[in-house]
Design a protein around this ligand. Structure first.
Ligand SMILES: O=P(O)(O)OC[C@H]1O[C@H](OP(=O)(O)OP(=O)(O)O)[C@H](O)[C@@H]1O
Ligand code: HPA
Ligand SMILES: [Mg+2]
Length: 180
């Protein structure tokens, strides 16, 4: 294990099992529909790459990158789009894929933006949900794991752009983000 992490919170085995379950449910829900899977960069890329390979329906993929202003604990909920979709989504079934829902501000805003573009539907799939930190309501359609209020890294999730490549999901040692 990496020296900066406290312990494994979600093992690779548990992640794989959950993705297989999510893949079955999502595939069955979207049978016969045109599904556009939209990953929110960068955190979601590892989860999304495994998730789409668990789907048995045809999909297209695209990505968005957003940045919230200021620290997320003081965020106004204003999200700046750094990279937009390459296509129109009118009439399409959109599945937004996230690594984690924390305050909910990012997804709350993204969902509104995408809904305004006239898609057939917009749903949300997240690997992790931290419900105790929620500031605005977000209806999550597909959730992998609800987790406690701990800062987690690995499997795409970062702290200061680090640890995204670690294979499982870990609780980061508090001394790592306490020190400057
Ligand atoms: O529910 P919220 O409080 O809005 O937080 C969740 C968002 O924050 C993280 O992204 P981040 O801005 O760190 O970008 P990253 O994916 O590139 O790490 C995470 O990937 C979600 O997109
Ligand atoms: O626990 C977390 N880890 C990484 N990124 C995050 N963004 C919101 N919460 C987290
Ligand atoms: Mg991040």
């Amino acid at each position: 294990m990496h020296q900066d992490v406290e312990k494994v919170l979600v093992s690779l085995e548990a992640i794989k099992q959950k993705i297989s379950e999510l893949g079955s449910v999502i595939s069955s829900d979207y049978t016969g529909k045109n599904l556009l899977v939209v990953g929110i960069l960068k955190g979601a890329m590892v989860f999304m790459s495994d998730l789409i390979r668990s789907l048995s329906v045809d999909v297209q993929i695209d990505f968005m990158a957003v940045s919230s202003y200021g620290a997320s604990s003081q965020s106004t909920g204003v999200v700046r789009i750094l990279k937009d979709l390459e296509q129109t989504i009118e009439g399409k079934h959109v599945l937004i894929v996230e690594d984690i829902v924390d305050t909910g501000l990012t997804l709350n805003y993204l969902q509104e933006i995408l809904k305004a573009r006239g898609p057939a539907s917009v749903r949300i799939c997240t690997l992790l949900d931290k419900p105790s930190r929620r500031e605005v309501d977000v209806a999550i359609d597909y959730n992998g794991f609800s987790i406690p209020d701990e800062f987690v890294v690995g499997y795409g999730l970062d702290y200061n752009e680090k640890y995204r490549n670690l294979p499982e999901i870990y609780i980061l040692k508090k001394e790592v983000y306490a020190k400057k």
